[in-house]
Design a protein around this ligand. Structure first.
Ligand code: PLP
Length: 372
């Protein structure tokens, strides 16, 4: 591995928060199964319900609305497949694959040049259909950070009797979830995007409609997700979400916003650089940077060798850098293959940002010389 100067790929996964580590370790020492009725089982159940209460309190919702899953992908899949029965599924063009691939025949709704859902297209699609709809709209995009008009979309959904599912995986610790929690029917969260451990997520059931389970098993999680609950990952998730939200509310997100502004100012003078979605409201930690003529994969590899971890497009299980469906949907043409995502973790420092800026400027100059 190259010597790491800066890991700026938080939207792929955030560094573990100490509160999450401590909670996971404590839970590992608990022997019981939360479904057992003996004392060990009751102790495990106590920890599980404590985690649920802790997370619900941090989000300002009721514990009974929290259903733990094995991650953000599963939470999205359960909500969408489980609510789709008899409903048309409408998804924005920039949704994560966890949403886009949750059902086979979803209708894709266009976005504008900044990646925001076209509300006119949503209104038209809702007015059009014979059957009621399920609309899936992310809180904020993982590649560009673009924040979606959730309140406006929710108003349209209400008018047309549609349900609204929000993939809020990139939200905790970065932007308030409250406005979306107030209007969504269901919401998906992921532990490791908030500084928890990988392999836990949550499906929040906020309205009257309850999704059918994907995994029935022993009926755990109020019948929504069968299977013995992974207590260490769940305990870590609750601790991480609570810590991330407290951190956001006490200046953490603003600090990241200042570091992001430092990057934007630092790259402004470099020829060929475009900041994607510069005109939209975006996550305080996320910056999508295109460099004209330079393939995204080349940039990611060059920066990796220089000690900087960033990514291009979504982290893909194959490890390949494909063309970004998000940037393509925004109508960016060739730039869709020439952008990297810089996403600041909660641990980011000025020194890391400056190391990135130095490596990025050197890379851009080298690639420009090669092209000349
Ligand atoms: N939704 C969004 C917006 C994401 O960025 C991701 C992960 O990259 C997911 C869903 C999937 O979450 P998980 O990795 O917990 O399955």
């Amino acid at each position: 591995m190259p010597q790491r100067l800066a890991d700026l790929d938080a939207n792929a996964t955030e560094p573990l928060r100490p509160e999450a580590r401590a909670a996971a370790i404590a839970a590992l020492d608990l022997a019981g199964n939360p479904s057992s009725v003996h004392a060990e089982g009751r102790a495990a159940r106590h920890l599980l319900e404590g985690a649920r209460e802790h997370m619900a309190a941090a989000l300002g919702i009721r514990p009974a609305q929290v259903h733990f899953t094995a991650g953000g992908t599963e939470a999205n899949a359960t909500a969408i497949a489980g609510l789709a029965h008899g409903r048309r599924v409408l998804v924005s063009a920039t949704e994560h694959d966890a949403v886009r691939r949750a059902v086979a025949d979803a209708t894709i709704l266009p976005v504008d040049g900044e990646g925001r859902l076209s509300l006119a297209a949503l209104a038209e699609a809702l007015a059009d259909g014979a059957s009621p709809a399920l609309v899936c709209l992310m809180l904020a995009n993982n590649e560009t950070g673009t924040i979606q008009p959730i309140a406006e979309a929710a108003a349209l959904c209400r008018r047309h009797g549609a349900l609204l599912h929000v993939d809020a995986v990139q939200g905790p610790g970065r932007i308030p979830l409250g406005p979306a929690l107030a209007v969504a029917d269901t919401m998906a969260l992921s532990a490791h995007k908030a500084g928890g451990a990988k392999g836990a997520g949550a499906l929040l059931v906020l309205g009257e409609a309850v999704p059918a389970p994907l995994v029935r098993g022993g009926g755990q999680e109020r019948g929504l997700r069968g299977g013995t609950e992974p207590l260490p990952a769940i305990a870590a998730m609750a601790a991480a979400i609570a810590a991330a939200e407290a951190w956001r509310q006490t200046g953490g997100a603003e600090r990241l916003g200042r570091l992001k502004a430092r990057i934007a100012a630092g790259v402004a003078a470099i020829p060929g650089v475009t900041i994607i979605a510069a005109g939209a409201g975006t996550l305080p930690n996320t910056l999508s940077l295109a460099l004209t003529g330079a393939a995204a994969a080349t940039q990611v590899m060059a920066l990796d060798l220089a000690g900087i971890a960033v990514s291009a497009g979504a982290a893909c299980s194959s490890g390949k850098v494909g063309e970004s469906h998000v940037l393509a949907a925004m109508g960016l043409g060739p730039l869709a293959g020439q952008a990297i995502r810089v996403s600041l973790p909660w641990t980011a420092t000025e020194a890391e940002v400056d190391a990135f800026l130095a490596a990025y400027a050197a890379m851009a100059a080298r690639l420009a010389r090669k092209a000349a």
